[in-house]
Structure formats: structure tokens, C-alpha cells
Design a protein. Structure first.
Length: 264
């Protein structure tokens, strides 16, 4: 498929706050790719119906956010290795006839680990808050991390998926959440309400990687953190790989990351 006929969008609910249309359209303008990136409100249970009326013959791809990352597993048959490991899909890519489900959040986390030197200076322990698709993408991204990995979750029904994403991770009950901030690195994959319920337990930590960016500034950005990596950083980092997939071309990742991050 030619890169000058791209029709793209982000799907999810709620979607009005999403920064994805802004950053993708800025990227395609900068890269001189003719593409239109929109947003659609697609609620839980509506993805299959949406894809029936937005066929892969006419659309190049979609970004998926909550609550569709797990629903896509039931709708799309062709999944890449990352989506299978994380049991979550955040990208749908058309080959002109059918959809492939991918997970660029994994790439995004790895990009941030390297760009922000997250595991320098002997940082050898990570706590992940949450058990959803973003948390599992972080676990997959940590597959080669030799240190201690802990996951703090509320629902034990997700334990099998967590173990699939990274069998080395130790799973902790929600009541143990104060221990999460004993790690060198904390990765937050909780929604706003989840962070509000535990912010009193948060304390000085070396590095926080936060998946949240709305409302801004986030609660975790206000605690004492040596290095705060925001949800805006993660959003842009994972979008780098989406842009490459959607456009079918390699990009200067560092340059594009800096450009997009300064714009949102």
C-alpha cells in the first residue's frame, strides 16, 4: 500500500482527550507523508462492528487505547509475537485485505528504558502498578532485565496473563502496595482513580515511568522523583513504531521523538 493514501485513526473510549491525532498528524507533516489521522469513540463491545464498517481495503491502520486493547484479541486473528505475549493489542495494521494486531507499547517502554538511562547506576528492581494491557506490555519489555520485578494488582484473575507476559515477575496483592515504592523504578499502569487511592503510600523513588498524561500534571509527577518519565513520553515513544508501521518507512527516531515531545 502506498504511503500517500493513508487513512488512520485512534479508537477508544473516552477519546476526546487523546493527543494521538495531534502528534501523528504533526509527524506525517514533518515527514512529508500524505496521511489523515482521526479519532473515533468506540466503546467496549463495539470494535468488531466498527471494523466491519471501516474495512482494511480503505484504512491503513488504527491505534487502540482503553478499553479495546484486550477486546482486539477476540476480533483480530493475526497477532504479532508482542501482542500475544502481552495479551494486548494497541495497533491494527492493514495489508489491504485483513488486519494484523500488534503491540507497540512494548517498543515504547524499551525505547524509554534506553533513552532515559532507566537502569543505569545500579538500579536493579522494578515495581509495576496494575495488571492491564499496558502493565503487561511493560513486563514483556522487561524480558531481559536481570533484576527483581514485582507486580501489584487488585484482581488475581489476571495472574495467568501476567505470568505469560513475564514468568519472572513476582505478583503481590494490593494490600502490599506500600512496598512498591521500595523499588528503584516504579512503572505506573493504573488509571487516575487507582493512583488517587494509593498516592498517600508514594514516597521518594529514583525513577517513575507513568502511563498517565491526563489530567496534567499527574499525581505521580508531584512526588519526589529523581527521574520522572511521563505518559506523554510513553505515548510518543510507542507512536514512533506506529508511524513506521503505518508509513512503511524507517524514521530518525531520536529526532522525531524530540520534535513530537516538544509539541505536546
Amino acid at each position: 500500500m502506498k504511503t500517500d493514501v493513508n487513512q488512520l485513526a485512534v479508537l477508544g473510549s473516552p477519546i476526546s482527550h487523546s493527543l494521538s491525532p495531534k502528534l501523528h498528524n504533526l509527524a506525517y507533516t514533518k515527514l512529508m507523508i500524505k496521511a489523515k489521522y482521526e479519532s473515533f469513540e468506540v466503546k467496549i463491545g463495539e470494535l468488531a462492528q466498527f471494523l466491519e464498517s471501516h474495512r482494511p481495503e480503505n484504512w491503513r491502520g488504527f491505534s487502540l487505547t482503553m478499553p479495546l486493547k484486550e477486546e482486539a484479541l477476540e476480533v483480530v486473528e493475526n497477532l504479532d509475537a508482542g501482542a500475544k505475549s502481552a495479551s494486548a493489542v494497541n495497533t491494527l495494521l492493514s495489508d489491504g485485505e485483513k488486519w494484523q494486531g500488534l503491540n507497540t507499547d512494548i517498543f515504547g517502554f524499551r525505547y524509554l528504558f534506553e533513552t532515559f538511562d532507566v537502569f543505569e547506576d545500579g538500579r536493579n528492581s522494578v515495581s509495576i502498578l496494575g495488571a492491564g494491557g499496558t502493565a503487561r506490555a511493560a513486563l514483556v519489555a522487561l524480558d531481559n532485565f536481570p533484576g527483581q520485578i514485582k507486580v501489584f494488582r487488585r484482581n488475581p484473575k489476571r495472574d495467568l496473563l501476567l505470568n505469560k507476559a513475564n514468568p519472572r515477575a513476582a505478583i503481590s496483592n494490593w494490600e502490599e502496595i506500600p512496598r512498591a515504592f521500595d523499588s528503584n523504578v516504579v512503572i505506573n499502569a493504573l488509571p487516575v482513580a487507582g493512583i488517587e487511592s494509593i498516592i498517600g503510600d508514594a514516597h521518594l523513588v529514583n525513577v517513575v515511568i507513568d502511563a498517565l498524561y491526563n489530567p496534567w500534571p499527574t499525581l505521580l509527577s508531584k512526588i519526589q522523583v529523581t527521574n520522572y518519565v511521563s505518559g506523554k513520553d510513553l505515548l510518543v515513544a510507542q507512536a514512533l513504531r506506529q508511524i513506521e508501521l503505518f508509513s512503511g518507512q524507517e524514521i530518525a527516531r531520536g529526532e522525531v521523538f524530540t520534535f513530537l515531545r516538544s509539541a505536546i
